[in-house]
Design a protein around this ligand. Structure first.
Ligand SMILES: Nc1ncnc2c1ncn2[C@@H]1O[C@H](COP(=O)(O)OP(=O)(O)OP(=O)(O)O)[C@@H](O)[C@H]1O
Length: 298
């Protein structure tokens, strides 16, 4: 039975999606995709983006628009270019020798690769959380205060800013009596929420997350997933995940990438489709998406 989920803002569905995707059952009742979405316009757009590592074309055909205050998930098989695309959105890929971007990536209307663009400002406004929690070997407080200090942010009270960031990252109650303690003494899940607090502290508009739960246990993972929902009230979130259930749980929009070999055997990633998560998991437009989601490939 085809279960097509309408995507207008009034719809809530309690069904489990089986549709054309028998391999993965997605509980749309708990999917953020099924929630009302009030779109507030595009923040990042990618027009015909290609990314090379030296001569190797890693990913192409990237045409995407990310809306403000939405969670968008990038999914697809290993090597299809998800992390590469994510890193290009805040010019983190500039740090990889030989990496080169063609096409246009605009943030709030400005070409982020354009002449005269302040890369540090791009990275402040578009923050990033990595796969492995990577707190600095400093106190909890100093981890959060680090960004505002190095960017010389005008701050009325650093204590208030640190508290606010830790609260938004849902870790304040666990660390408030130990702010001078070492960040490295926290659990993995706490460290990752601390890294989210550190990213928030510089007041970004977008947070990129590259497999933020892959090093965490299921309970810590659920905490981060819950956190994403509340963070999306204030920030735009773009997450790379291998976990399709997670994409369905946390995102309103999902992009599916794949990798196809050319005549020389070089595998180049490409964006296949990017649509409402409910639609992607119940009635995708492209058969490659359906094959991946149903577990028949990838
Ligand atoms: N620093 C690099 N130098 C050269 N090639 C790279 C580099 N990083 C990634 N690649 C290549 O670019 C392609 C896309 O890699 P990327 O890591 O973006 O894919 P992915 O979809 O995120 O994969 P995974 O799910 O395994 O993390 C792959 O062929 C990969 O080998």
């Amino acid at each position: 039975m085809t279960h097509t989920v309408p995507t207008d803002s009034t719809v809530r569905t309690g069904a489990v999606s089986q549709a054309r995707t028998p391999g993965v059952q997605i509980d749309l009742q708990h999917a953020k995709a099924a929630r009302s979405v009030s779109r507030s316009g595009p923040t990042i757009t990618c027009d015909d983006v290609k990314v090379f590592y030296k001569k190797f074309l890693a990913v192409r055909d990237v045409n995407m628009t990310f809306n403000r205050n939405e969670v968008s998930a990038l999914i697809g098989p290993s090597g299809c270019g998800k992390s590469t695309v994510l890193r290009c959105l805040n010019r983190m890929n500039d740090l990889v020798p030989g990496a080169r971007v063609e096409g246009m990536i605009r943030f709030e209307g400005t070409d982020i690769y354009g002449a005269g663009v302040d890369v540090n400002e791009v990275r402040r406004r578009i923050g990033m959380v990595f796969q492995k929690p990577n707190p600095f070997p400093k106190s909890i407080y100093d981890n959060v205060a680090y960004g505002p200090r190095v960017t010389k942010m005008q701050v009325d009270s650093m204590d208030d800013l640190v508290e606010e960031a830790l609260r938004k990252a849902a870790i304040w109650d666990e660390v408030k009596s130990n702010l001078k303690g070492s960040a490295l003494a926290l659990s993995g899940g706490q460290q990752q929420r601390l890294c989210i607090a550190r990213a928030i502290a510089t007041k970004p508009e977008v947070i990129l997350m590259d497999e933020p739960c892959s090093a965490l246990d299921p309970i810590a993972t659920l905490k981060i997933e819950d956190l994403m929902d509340s963070l999306a009230q204030e920030f735009t979130i773009i997450i790379v995940t291998h976990n399709m259930q997670q994409a369905a749980r946390v995102s309103q929009r999902t992009a599916f990438f794949t990798a196809e070999a050319d005549e020389h055997g070089d595998r180049t990633g490409r964006l296949v489709e990017f649509d409402d998560t409910a639609k992607m998991f119940s009635n995708p437009a492209d058969e490659r998406t359906e094959a991946y989601i149903s577990g028949r490939f990838g």
